[in-house]
Structure formats: structure tokens, C-alpha cells
Design a protein around this ligand. Sequence first.
Ligand SMILES: Cc1cc2nc3c(=O)[nH]c(=O)nc-3n(C[C@H](O)[C@H](O)[C@H](O)COP(=O)(O)O)c2cc1C
Length: 374
Amino acid sequence: MPTLATTVDGLALKNPFIIGSGPPGTNLNVIGKAFKEGWGAVIAKTVSLDASKVINVSPRYAKLMAKDGDEVSGWENIELISDRPFKIWVEEFKKCKDQFPDGVLIASIMEEYRRDAWIEIVERCQEAGVDGFELNFSCPHGLPERKMGAAMGQDCAILEEVCGWVMAAAKKPVWAKMTPNITHIEDPSRAALRSGCQGVSAINTIRCVMGINLETLRPEPTVEGYTTPGGYSSKAVRPIALRMVMEIALLIRREFGDRSLSGIGGIETGGDAAQFILAGADTCQVCTGVMKFGYECVKPMCEELLVFMDKHKFETLADFKGKSLPYFTTHADLVSKQAQRKAAQKAAQKKVVTADGEWSGDSFVQQSDALSRG
Ligand SMILES: Cc1cc2nc3c(=O)[nH]c(=O)nc-3n(C[C@H](O)[C@H](O)[C@H](O)COP(=O)(O)O)c2cc1C
């Protein structure tokens, strides 16, 4: 019987499914629900020291529906990090660890470009008993205007420096969450890992404009008649996330040996999770999927992943982590592999008949040709 249990950076998870930072981890009440439903870990909504600067608008979501039904394929949000006071969060982190001592609770943190602020937020969350950290270097809207979030994640030098500050204070594992809004995701990933972070999470949302209303001619989601580009998530982003996870996994293998990787982006089924693990992920985060299907979706996801493992006779997640990585190559290599196969086929077809039983109806002309002179 295969097992989904796994230990990542010393954190013992009963399964690889983690609530991704966002609305599904936005207070103690919903975090508790996630643990009761059986999630392997919860990454809480991103917190900062001064929530008074965080002002959300409404509406702040917009959905892209599949053409032939009512299924949501893409989801835009212009939501900011948590607008709840840090003091309340610290109390809730403590209560959460009291109520769910075995629940793996990871704090997602974001601060301005100030060493003292990063150290303070790490130390205060740590005192509250969190099991690990995810550094949000990736929120694509609102915060970059304050040089936070994606603005930091897109600047490798700043990212490396901030990760260094965090690593000097952190006594728990630290994952740096990458923005996909960059050409080469390997660059910030390398910077974070070089500064000593135990792992990388990828991806956060992709900067987008959901659409323009053809009646009102206003872009959506419309707030007082206006909008601002937001972050795209859900199924539609999965192929992009999978590509980036694959690239980071190859980077880790090449340059760091073994570091952890948390895959995120459009994961909704056990099969989706299997693909991220095959591409090198240790864990799989789900955010929009929980907003679409509820916390209970973890059960069918676990069942489906177990069925996949059973079918392929994998006993543990480690048995298939990164198993598909050797099959990624360059386009030039694909061309050369195809040319090699064609040449081999041609040679096989040209094989000279040595006994009458070898004549074939399909390659009769070639065989005749091979037997003739000139
Ligand atoms: C409404 C919403 C709010 C989010 N808030 C945060 C956040 O506070 N911090 C963070 O690191 N990521 C945040 N995210 C990004 C998600 O954690 C995740 O990286 C992204 O949505 C892709 O995964 P998904 O397709 O499973 O949602 C948010 C996503 C959504 C949809």
C-alpha cells in the first residue's frame, strides 16, 4: 500500500497537499477547517508588521469561464496581503499550534526593504510557534508600488540580501516564493537558494487583465469604473507553473544537489499533483482550487494520487519525484533524436535479404533495391 506521508525540510506532512497562501488560510477559523479536513500543511495568508497600510477594494476577483460550461478556468485577483493586524495574527498562530499541535503551520511573510523589519517579523512569528516560513516575494499588484512583493522578487540582488537577513534570524525552514512575472525563474530561485533558503515555492499569480466589458467598455474587475492589472491563477496557469517548476527542479539538481520545491498553480486533482511531483516538486499547494471546491477537495485529491501511485507501483512520493525530468531537452536535441531514428529506420529497411522468409510486403521495393548493384 503506497503512502502519501512525507518529510520535507524536517516537517512531517501526512500528505503533500498544502493550502497555498490566500483566502483559504486567512484566519484561525479557516486554518482549523483545513487541518480538520486533512490538509498536509497550511500556509497562512501573507502577513506584514503594519496592516494599516493594506487597504483592499471590492470587487477584487474576476473569473474566466470555460466556453462550453460554467467551469472556472482562470481567476484574477487584485487582493492584497492580509489586512488583519499583526498582533491578532501572532495570537492566532499561538492558538492554532495549541489546538492543532500536529498541524504544520507555515507563516507567509512580507516586509519592506528594511533589515530590522524582516528580522522582527521572523522572530515574532517564530515565538508564536509557527513551523516554517514562506517569503512572499511575488505578489504582482499593490505591494510592488511600495517596492514589496514581486518588486523584490524581480531583483535578484535585493532578494538575495533579504533572504540573507531572514536566514540569520530563522530557526525554522524557509521557502522563498517566486514570482512568475520574470523571464528566467531560475535567476531569483538561485539567489534565494544561494543565500541558504531550504526551499523554493513556485508560482505566485501571473500579472493579467481579465477582460474588458463590451457594453460598458470598462476593464474588469471594475472598481469605481477603473481597474488595475491583477494576478492570474487556477487551471489556466497550470502549464506555465509546471514549466517553471521543471526549470527550478533542474536548477536545484544541477547547482544545489537537493533542496525542497513546492509546486503551485492550478492544482485541482491528484493527477495534477502527480505531474508536479514528476516535474520535481516535493509538495503541492492549492489556493484557488479551495475557493472553487471547498476544503473537502483534499480527500479526492489524496485518493487519486494514491491510485496513480498504486498503478505505477510507487510506494512513496520519493519514488517518482522528478522522474519525468530526464525527458526534457532542447528543441535542437529533439531534431537530432528524430533524425537519428529516421536514419536507423532507413538502415533497417535497407537490410539485405539473406533468406526468402525475410521478404516483407511493406519494404519489398527497398529490399529489392538493397539486393541490386549500382
Ligand atoms: C484571491 C487570492 C489571494 C492570494 N493571496 C496571496 C497571498 O496573500 N500571499 C501569497 O503568497 N500568495 C497569494 N495568492 C497566490 C496563491 O497562493 C497561488 O500562488 C496562486 O494563486 C496560484 O495557485 P492556485 O492556482 O492554486 O491559486 C493569492 C491567490 C488568490 C487567488
